[in-house]
Write a new protein. Structure first.
Length: 310
């Protein structure tokens, strides 16, 4: 019995080692811009293709806040957040908004203004906000829910995450500008964009460490629930192989409608399969039938009926 256990443990460690090496190679290819996927040749929603950004001159950027995972050694997105597993920023694919409905207004603003950079901030384990990394934006496409619904996906040509820097330790002008009250996103000036990009570029690249931490948290989820993303009912990590499914236009009956990103009850009903889904934020695809754009918020009476019938 002990010999079989030891053999299983060795096999598991070998599998994790192989996956870690793969993630490190992925990080290197992302940072070097040697992405296996040609962004500008992939069919997108509404028959669109990825379109290259044409940044304003001088270019401008956006600051974006995301929820960091409390169980993480590095401030990666909240993969283990109860009933609200986060998929963005999706550094595995160098995208934002391709799989999730997070920060719709910010994504629309980035497309409208042709922003060049997206800078990320988080609060590691409840501490003050920290600067964690950036995307050098390369392309965009209307998302599965459609441009009329304000859904756009962003793709980076370069991804760089660093040891987190507290806002209070940024250069004084940046600390003052970013220390003012802003919740989820903030448009930055050209000077602020240039200074932040230069600051991050001068720091050691830790993108591979962030990728490994995402993978560790996903495996923790899977150990406890059977899924890497329990509320999504998703067993696998995110890769570019998932892009095609999330770039299909939503069904005509569902697409194009603006749906609130939050439900008053935390429950959603699928118009295609009648499934009831509990999740903190709107999901693009129903976890039950996988159809896009079919989830709608459920009110308290609807949830009460579900509880009574269960």
């Amino acid at each position: 019995m002990l010999a079989r256990w030891n053999q299983a443990a060795i096999s598991d460690r070998a599998a994790r080692h192989t996956r870690c090496n793969g993630l490190q190679r992925l990080a290197t290819s992302i940072v070097a811009g040697e992405r296996a996927l040609d962004l500008l040749s992939v069919n997108g929603a509404e028959g669109a293709r990825w379109r290259p950004f044409e940044p304003d001159r001088p270019p401008l950027g956006y600051a974006s806040f995301y929820y960091a995972d409390d169980l993480a050694a590095l401030p990666v997105r909240a993969v283990t957040r109860i009933k609200d597993n986060k998929s963005d920023p999706n550094i595995e694919t160098g995208t934002y908004g391709l799989f999730s409905t997070c920060q719709e207004r910010m994504r629309a603003g980035i497309v409208k203004h042709g922003a060049s950079h997206l800078f990320f901030f988080a609060r590691p384990r409840g501490a003050e906000r920290h600067l964690t990394g950036m995307y050098e934006l390369a392309a965009w496409t209307p998302g599965a829910l459609g441009a009329d619904a304000g859904d756009f996906a962003l793709a980076a040509g370069g991804v760089r995450f660093i040891a987190p820097i507290p806002l209070s330790q940024l250069p004084s002008e940046l600390a003052t500008a970013l220390g003012t009250r802003w919740r989820l996103s903030k448009q930055l000036s050209a000077a602020q964009t240039h200074e932040l990009a230069a600051l991050i570029a001068a720091k050691p690249d830790m993108t591979s460490d962030y990728l490994l931490e995402v993978d560790r948290l996903e495996r923790l989820n899977k150990f406890h629930s059977g899924y890497r993303y329990p509320t999504w009912q998703r067993e696998d990590p995110w890769t570019w192989a998932d892009a095609a499914a999330y770039m299909r236009p939503a069904d005509a009956a569902a697409g194009g409608a603006r749906v609130s990103n939050a439900s008053p009850t935390g429950w959603w009903g699928c118009e295609a399969c009648d499934a009831a889904i509990e999740n903190g934020a709107l999901l693009k695809a129903c976890p039950s039938c996988r159809k896009l754009g079919t989830l709608r918020p459920l009110n308290a009476p609807a949830v009460a009926r579900i509880v009574r019938s269960s």
